[in-house]
Design a protein around this ligand. Structure first.
Ligand SMILES: Cc1cc2nc3c(=O)[nH]c(=O)nc-3n(C[C@H](O)[C@H](O)[C@H](O)COP(=O)(O)OP(=O)(O)OC[C@H]3O[C@@H](n4cnc5c(N)ncnc54)[C@H](O)[C@@H]3O)c2cc1C
Length: 385
C-alpha cells in the first residue's frame, strides 16, 4: 500500500523549516524584495540549520539526508517566500549537485564542504543569450591549450542564479570542447572559480519576481582554468546537465507546491478577517470555492512531486514523472497566485502583501529549469511519441 505521510524525521525537518520561514524569513523578506537585496543573513542561518547539506553525505559536510528532504525544505520555504527558496534550490540542486554527482575526489574535497554548509554558493551555467530550451545550441567554447594544460573559455551565459553574490565561489560552465565522430558538438562541463581573470559578472537583472535572489549574465573572455577543472568526463556535459535538470524539476515542483500552499494559507487568513456587506468574505461561497480549488491544486501537485521523488530515490527512470510534477505544480502555483490575489482584492496588488509577491514569483516556475512546453515534450517522448 502506498503511504504519502511523512516519517518522523521528515516531519521534524518540515516543522523546523516552517518555523524558520515564519519567524525569520517572513518579517524581513518584503524589504529585501522591495530593495532587491540578497538576504545574506537568512542564507547564513539556513547554512547553520544544515539546509544546504541536506542531500549530501556527512563526509562532505552534509546532513546525510536525501533529495526528498531537500524538497520538503523547499516547499516550506516557498510557502512563505520564493526568493529564499530558489536560492537554496539553485545552490544545492544546480550548484553543488553537479560537483557531488560528477566531480573527482579532489574536486569534491575542494568544493563540497563549503557548498554543503552554505558558506559558499555555486552557479550552474547552461543558458546563453541565444539558447535556453535548446541547450545543444551552446556556443560557449573551451579549447585545451596543451602547452599550459589549461582550458581557454570564451562565451556568454545568461540568467545564472547565485552567480554574483559575495559568497559565490564558482560556476560550472557547459562549453563546446570539440566535435563528436558523428559531427555533433562535443559538450563538456568546466568549473570556473569566481575571480578568475576574464570572467566577468554583469550587474543583476531587473526581474519581475524572485527579486531577493541573485541572477546575472556572465561573460568569459579568454578565461584560463587548469585542465583538471573538467567536471567528470570530457564530452559528457550534455548528459550531466540533463540529469541535473531532471532532478531539479522535482525540486522546482516542490517549490511550486510551497507557493501554491502559501496562497491557500494567506487566503484563509484574509477571508476570515475581511468583511464586506456585513460579513467576513469567507462566508461567501464564491470565495470558499476559490480557496477550495486552490487547496485541491496544492494537494494534488504535492502528490505529484512525492511520486517523482520516490521514483528517483528508488533508482527508477523518473524523467517523465519529474516533468509531470513540474508542469502540474507550476500550473498550480500560477493559478493559485491568481486566485489568492483575487481573494485579497486591492491589497493583493500591493508589493508588501505576500500574495502580491506570490503572483510575481509564480510565472518563472513555468519557465525555469525547462519551460512548460519542454515538460510536455518530455512527457510525450516518455509515451513513445
Ligand atoms: C530568474 C531566472 C533564473 C534562471 N537561472 C538559471 C540558472 O541558474 N542556470 C541556467 O543555466 N539557466 C537559468 N535560467 C534560464 C532558464 O532555464 C531559461 O530561461 C529557460 O530554460 C528557457 O530558455 P529561454 O529563456 O532561452 O527560452 P527559449 O528556449 O528561447 O523559449 C522561448 C519560448 O519558445 C518555446 N519553445 C522553445 N523550443 C520549443 C519547441 N521545440 N517546441 C515548442 N516550444 C518551444 C519555449 O517553451 C518558450 O515558450 C534562469 C532564468 C530565469 C528567468
Amino acid at each position: 500500500m502506498v503511504d504519502f505521510r511523512l516519517g518522523e524525521e521528515q516531519e521534524a525537518l518540515r516543522a523546523s523549516v516552517r518555523d524558520f520561514a515564519v519567524e525569520q524569513v517572513a518579517p524581513v523578506i518584503a524589504d529585501h524584495y522591495e530593495h532587491k537585496t540578497f538576504p545574506y543573513d537568512l542564507v547564513r542561518q539556513m547554512g547553520k540549520m544544515g539546509l544546504f547539506g541536506l542531500p549530501f553525505p556527512e563526509e562532505f559536510g552534509g546532513m546525510g539526508g536525501d533529495y526528498f528532504a531537500l524538497c520538503i525544505a523547499l516547499e516550506e520555504l516557498a510557502r512563505v517566500d520564493s526568493s529564499v527558496a530558489v536560492t537554496l534550490e539553485a545552490a544545492v540542486s544546480l550548484g553543488a549537485m553537479p560537483i557531488y554527482r560528477f566531480g573527482t575526489a579532489e574536486q569534491k574535497e575542494q568544493w563540497l564542504p563549503r557548498l554543503a554548509t552554505g558558506e559558499a554558493l555555486a552557479g550552474f551555467g547552461l543558458t546563453e543569450p541565444g539558447t535556453g530550451s535548446d541547450a545543444a545550441g551552446t556556443t560557449t567554447r573551451a579549447v585545451l591549450d596543451e602547452t599550459t594544460n589549461e582550458w581557454v573559455i570564451n562565451g556568454t551565459k545568461a540568467f545564472i542564479t547565485n552567480s554574483g553574490t559575495d559568497i559565490t565561489c564558482l560556476v560550472t560552465v557547459m562549453a563546446v570542447t570539440g566535435v563528436n565522430p558523428d559531427g555533433s558538438k562535443e559538450l563538456s562541463t568546466i568549473i570556473v572559480p569566481s575571480g578568475t581573470p576574464g570572467f566577468t559578472v554583469a550587474p543583476g537583472y531587473s526581474k519581475v519576481g524572485w527579486c531577493a535572489s541573485d541572477t546575472h549574465e556572465l561573460s568569459f573572455d579568454d578565461v584560463r582554468v587548469p585542465a583538471g577543472n573538467l567536471l567528470g568526463e570530457r564530452g559528457r556535459g550534455f548528459a550531466q546537465f540533463l540529469r541535473i535538470l531532471d532532478e531539479g524539476r522535482i525540486a522546482i515542483a516542490a517549490l511550486s507546491v510551497g507557493l501554491a500552499q502559501g496562497c491557500v494559507d494567506e487566503s484563509v487568513k484574509y477571508a476570515n478577517q475581511r468583511t464586506a456587506f456585513g460579513q467576513t468574505i469567507g462566508n461567501y461561497q464564491a470565495v470558499q470555492f476559490m480557496i477550495a480549488d486552490m487547496e485541491l491544486r496544492a494537494h494534488t501537485a504535492r502528490l505529484g512531486y512525492y511520486d517523482a521523488a520516490s521514483r528517483m530515490l528508488a533508482g527508477d527512470d523518473f524523467k517523465r514523472y519529474a516533468a509531470i510534477a513540474k508542469l502540474n505544480a507550476s500550473n498550480a502555483a500560477m493559478e493559485n497566485s491568481r486566485w489568492a490575489t483575487q481573494v485579497h482584492g486591492g491589497y493583493g496588488f500591493m508589493n508588501e502583501s505576500a500574495v502580491g509577491r506570490f503572483y510575481r514569483d509564480a510565472k518563472i516556475l513555468e519557465i525555469g529549469e525547462g519551460t512548460s512546453e519542454v515538460q510536455r515534450m518530455l512527457i510525450a517522448r516518455g509515451l513513445g511519441l
